[in-house]
Write a protein that binds this ligand. Structure first.
Ligand code: MOS
Length: 732
């Protein structure tokens, strides 16, 4: 089904099942430990062996020798796989470095060997006996140094992304020079780790030349392709199964070493093999959010009208990697006739960089929204009023292109009112509560919405059970629930009457979980399949599909009525369909908006920052399940606090690795760090986006949070920090 024009009403608009706060249907399974995560899957897994990965001990160089004799002789060891005996391996489209090193080493903790043994403990002990000798080469590990010689790169992402490395509208330099009020500031965001709870993990089973991988992965179709490319085998011989995922945040968009090494290990051991990445390998073996160095220049008239805005960002990655697209939102968020964005990409020999929750916007907004706060102060304007002054209802680079919906102003004004923004003192360091200096900060939130083709199959069985099958994943986001709600709404049954099966590459290809596109597109795919199933139902019942109403387990048409299950009495009905998108998404700019308000206390003696209150107001189209959406936003707000106050992968610039590769030293917020959080969704339905009239919230929720915290700290203390995370040493 092609979505080409804004639709009128459709059955979803009844909102009897969709749009309701519904508990996660996978919740009881997860909280009781009954949901099998990849490593725990046991049905049909005969006599599994355990693999343990040996990560490279150097960041760059060559393996000169691997001595596995001692490891092979260790108790319980079944097989050892290295590049020397793994056969010819290819590389996945979404992998920058190879997943098994040899003889070249491309980054620290790149897999160099897998030890397979009878037990996990035996595999781990034997892995310590594998002796690897390296000829270490000099690597490039210092972003600041490498950016000095880094080229400009195009492809800043988003709808306005052109081929030119520097994108311009009007004459930025002249307008900036002439502006009566201006800001020119540099911001730094560090490398971040996804630090998801469940590590990357896989069980590989070979049946002849067919490979099945139970794995933890956000994007089944991409990853099935990349497993096939890596192992040089036909795609149709690979099956991925990923029904439950303990967090991904972008770190599981791609196939990683656990999957490929499990497959190679299982081939060598002639048994099913389980591999989980040990925690240190999450930081150095997998992907991370790259550090950025950003320069923002804003020029404005005295009344606060922006006349010139420029955003430049530099980041680094391995050779053939990509930039962190931190300038993206600056192309779309605020008005201003003279504009420039540019990115530089340095070559670094650190582990590969890639997407982490709101790639581009998350670090980009951390810089831009401090810059807006600084500019408001220079203008003597309230930061909320300054943002509102520069709102735009059209794409500032392409004024003929309108936003399908843009309620940024309402998010800001509603939020300001709910938060008690009028109590904020414009002058910093004025409010004290005992030992605590109190401050308030605000930031806009912005994240694009993306349309993605998404397929699903819906079955109606003779006993009236509706089953949805799609390779879509639930990474803790609530996918099971919203797909059940969608099919329930379309077929006139409660969500509880729908069985949802996810994450299996033998099911129709979906949009997958990424870029906050998962919810809107995967439900639209189920909608499309249900439209087709409704036609089949009407036809079986001899009803007119155009006027058939599906409600309360019944189908009515004119003065005739039947139970839904009657349509399947002669045999199961099956509808397989996908949603595809026409040019509507090119005519309209589809984006999501919000406003974050934060109150902090900074201890006047110790410098410790405590977040005291947080509010997010979001405008993101129809909210499919307010409870699940709120959970997404509070999770994202929490992650935003982490990015503001503590998260930072520490780079060892001598040896080229992330030092704090565990959850003891890579700090993320815990419950005690987070206060009551309030989330408000504006009542919207975006009919230009898709038949669900929904967009995404999972990444919107993090965009701007870091800056709102930083701005609150400035308001509390009068010290402006432009270097994340804002640890107390930077403002004491
Ligand atoms: Mo998201 S960073 O595309 O999982």
């Amino acid at each position: 089904m092609k979505f080409e024009t804004a639709e009128g009403q459709n059955p979803i608009d009844r909102l009897k099942v969709v749009g309701r706060a519904h508990d996660r249907i996978d919740g009881p399974l997860k909280t009781s430990g009954l949901a099998p995560y990849a490593y725990e899957h046991h049905e049909g897994i005969e006599n599994p062996a355990y693999g343990y990965i040996v990560g490279a001990g150097v960041a760059k160089g060559r393996i000169t020798r691997i001595d596995t004799a001692a490891a092979k002789a260790a108790p319980g060891v079944i097989a050892i796989v290295t590049a020397a005996d793994a056969g010819k391996l290819g590389k996945g489209k979404n992998n920058t470095a190879k997943l098994l090193a040899g003889p070249e080493v491309e980054h620290y903790h790149q897999a160099v060997a897998l030890v397979v043994a009878e037990t996990f403990e035996q595999a781990r002990a034997a892995a310590g006996l594998v002796r690897v000798d390296y000829a270490r080469a000099n690597g490039r590990y210092d972003l600041t140094e490498q950016l000095k010689v880094a080229p400009l790169v195009g492809g800043s992402g988003g709808p306005n992304s052109g081929s030119s490395p520097v994108e311009r509208v009007g004459k930025f330099e002249e307008a900036f020079a002439a502006a009566p009020v201006k800001l020119d500031a540099q911001y730094h965001t560090p490398d971040h780790s996804h630090a998801m709870m469940e590590p990357h993990a896989s069980i590989a089973v070979w049946n002849g030349d067919e490979l099945t991988l139970w794995t933890s992965n956000q994007m089944i179709a991409w990853s099935k392709r990349d497993v096939a490319l890596t192992l040089n085998m036909p795609e149709d011989k690979v099956r991925l199964i990923s029904p439950y995922i303990g967090g991904g945040f972008g770190g599981k968009l791609f196939v990683r070493a656990d999957a490929v090494m499990a497959a190679l290990g299982a081939r060598a051991a002639k048994r099913p093999v389980k591999v989980a990445l040990q925690r240190p390998l999450i930081a150095n073996n997998t992907t991370h959010r790259p550090a950025t160095q950003q320069r923002i220049r804003i020029g404005a008239m005295k009344d606060g009208t922006i006349t010139a805005i420029a955003h430049e960002s530099g980041s680094g990655d391995l050779p053939d990697g990509g930039p962190e697209t931190a300038v993206q939102q600056t192309k779309l968020l605020y008005a201003g006739p003279n504009r420039m964005t540019a990115m530089r990409l340095a070559v670094l020999d650190l582990p590969e960089g890639n997407a982490m929750r709101a790639p581009g916007e998350a670090p980009g907004m951390m810089a831009l929204e401090i810059a807006m706060d600084e500019m408001a102060e220079k203008l003597g304007m309230d930061p909320v009023a300054f943002r509102i002054k520069n709102d735009t209802q059209v794409d500032p680079e392409k004024p003929q292109r309108r936003f399908s919906q843009r309620q940024l102003v309402r998010c800001l004004t509603d939020g300001a009112q709910r938060f008690g923004w009028d109590r904020r003192q414009a002058k910093p360091a004025q409010v004290r509560d005992g030992q605590w200096l109190i401050g308030m900060g605000v930031a806009s939130a912005f994240r694009n919405h993306l349309n993605m083709t998404s397929g699903a199959r819906v079955r109606l069985s003779p006993d009236g059970i509706v089953t949805v099958e799609t390779d879509m994943t639930d990474i803790g986001t609530g996918t099971y629930t919203i797909l059940a709600q969608t099919a329930g709404e379309m077929l006139g049954v409660p969500a509880e009457a729908v069985v949802v099966k996810l994450g299996d590459s033998s099911f129709p290809v979906s949009a997958g979980s990424g870029g906050q596109w998962g919810a809107a597109n995967s439900t639209a795919g189920v909608y499309a399949a249900c439209v087709k199933l409704r036609e089949q139902v009407a036809q079986r019942l001899g009803f007119n599909s155009a006027d058939a109403v599906f409600d309360a387990g019944r189908v009515t048409s004119g003065n005739r009525a039947a139970a839904l299950r009657d349509a399947a009495a002669q045999g199961e009905l099956v509808a397989d369909e996908k949603i595809e998108f026409g040019k509507l998404g090119d005519e309209w700019q589809l984006s999501t908006f919000g406003a974050h308000f934060v109150e902090v206390g900074v201890n006047a003696y110790t410098g410790v920052t405590r977040v005291r209150r947080m509010l997010a107001v979001c405008a993101a189209g129809r909210i499919l399940n307010p409870k699940a959406a709120r959970s997404q936003v509070i999770g994202a707000m929490t992650m935003g606090v982490g990015s503001a106050l503590m998260e930072e992968l520490a780079v060892d610039k001598r040896f080229g690795f992330f030092v704090n590769h565990d959850l003891a030293s890579y700090e993320v917020p815990v419950h005690a760090d987070i206060p009551h959080q309030e989330v408000v969704f504006l009542d919207e339905a975006d009919d230009k986006a898709n038949p669900m009239k929904a967009k995404g919230v999972g990444e919107l929720g993090i965009c701007g949070v870091g800056a709102a915290v930083a701005n609150a700290i400035y308001n509390a203390t009068g010290v402006r920090v432009r270097d994340y995370p804002l640890t107390l040493d930077k403002y004491l």
